[in-house]
Design a protein around this ligand. Structure first.
Ligand SMILES: [Zn+2]
Length: 408
């Protein structure tokens, strides 16, 4: 029903170069000038659709509002990111629309998307599959989400008889660099729920992600002439090494999966006098995350006890929260998804993310639920990326139905 418009929009957005640059992301936001091109294009399109409060701020956050058609209903938001990943070439994308008959897809450069390795692919025989020519990624992550949100909004604009509350649309830059929401003034949002459209396979919705903390540990040693150091010198490097060795190996990223959290020594720098160590903590359970922070503080005290004269300072900062915990407090956001799935006959399934999303940052900043919806794309961040137009159509229907569910 929406396929023609989704395709037309996606093809228009996919060719805009928006690959974010991780190395620049802490200095410049958006990190790549090209991201502005797509943001300005979307700003124009949202204005032309008649949305209100269309505002692109100095950091590249584009917010717009679709006015309510009925009074007294809560505002909800949908969001996608304009940048593409830099794992492979993410600019100069030339999308190819394949009339897929089944079997493997041979890309223009000879690379093959094998049906045997893509179990979802054969389900789309007889419909359209979008790929790149094989030299770049496709960018359905997350221009698929943008095309779906824009198509949903354009449908609602054309159908003012559909009862709904105000809908906020946020398009943001630099998600792939990890700095996606760092410069966003969350107070600009009025929404009671914030849906990111940044997932993958059809029917999968992501309701939970890690709780995350970044812990900075500073070791101060005592320097002394090495020839006369006995009983006087305290080596900060030795202290840091002992500290890292005490972290439980069974709770490291390389030894955990599923719902198990971890400690990860992520970065170290310094010398025998001063050492700085960064540790990432991740856990689906918030109390467990706090327990891990306590463990690291106690460990600091223990190391001080072992290396007399040395000092250990432990600073923990919560980076983002499991959006599932926030969602438990206001269940409407998740209920609306599953109710919408039921209405549309979509067999929705849930998944947990061993990471964070832009939504989990919003969950942390505003305390509102932030589920992640599917886009219909596969093999993200690779040249084998493909998107099924049928799935993108379903994603658009789901967005519209969720908006309707908030008016029930
Ligand atoms: Zn994404």
């Amino acid at each position: 029903m929406f396929k023609e418009e989704i395709l037309e929009r996606f093809l228009r957005y996919a060719v805009v170069d928006t690959q974010s640059i991780e190395a620049l992301a802490d200095k410049k936001h958006p990190s790549f000038e090209g991201e502005w091109d797509l943001l300005r294009l979307l700003e124009k399109e949202l204005s032309e659709l008649g949305l209100t409060d269309v505002n692109l701020d100095e950091h590249g956050y584009l917010l717009a509002r679709l006015p309510a058609t009925a009074e007294g209903l809560p505002t909800i938001a949908f969001s996608s990111h304009v940048d593409t990943a830099d794992d492979v070439e993410g600019n100069h994308v030339k999308p190819v629309v394949n009339d897929y008959k089944g079997g493997d897809i041979v890309l223009k450069n000879g690379m093959v998307i094998e049906a045997a390795k893509n179990s979802e692919l054969p389900k789309y025989a007889g419909s359209k599959i979008i790929t790149s020519e094989g030299d770049t990624l496709l960018g359905c992550d997350d221009k698929g989400g943008i095309a779906e949100i824009m198509t949903a909004v354009s449908y609602l604009v054309k159908h003012p008889e559909i009862k709904h509350g105000e809908v906020e649309i946020l398009f943001s830059p630099d998600e792939e660099t990890g700095f996606g929401m760092d410069f966003f003034d969350a107070k600009r949002l009025r929404s009671k729920a914030f849906y990111t459209v940044d997932g993958g396979e059809r029917y999968y919705v992501e309701l939970e992600c890690f709780n995350a903390a970044t812990v900075k540990v500073h070791f101060s040693g005592v320097s002394f002439h090495l020839g006369a150091a006995r009983g006087r010198m305290v080596n900060a490097l030795t202290m840091a090494a002992a500290y890292i060795n005490a972290l439980p190996q069974a709770e490291s990223p390389e030894a955990t999966d599923g719902r198990y959290g971890y400690y990860c020594a992520q970065q170290a720098s310094g010398n025998a006098t001063d050492m700085d160590l960064t540790i990432y903590l991740r856990d689906f359970d918030y109390d467990n995350l706090l327990r891990k922070i306590d463990v690291l503080k106690s460990l600091g005290t223990a190391i001080e006890g072992l290396y007399i004269g040395g000092k250990v300072k432990v600073d923990a900062k919560i980076s983002y929260l499991n959006m599932g915990e926030v969602a438990k407090k206001s269940p409407k956001a998740v209920d609306a998804i599953f109710q919408a799935g039921k209405v549309l006959g979509q067999p929705l399934k849930t998944e947990i993310i061993r990471g964070g999303t832009d939504g989990s940052r919003i969950a942390e900043m505003l305390g509102i639920p932030c589920p992640n919806l599917y886009t219909g794309g596969h093999n993200y961040h690779s040249r084998f990326e493909w998107a099924a137009l049928d799935a993108m159509n379903d994603a658009t229907s789901l967005i519209i139905e969720i908006i309707k569910q908030w008016a029930v």
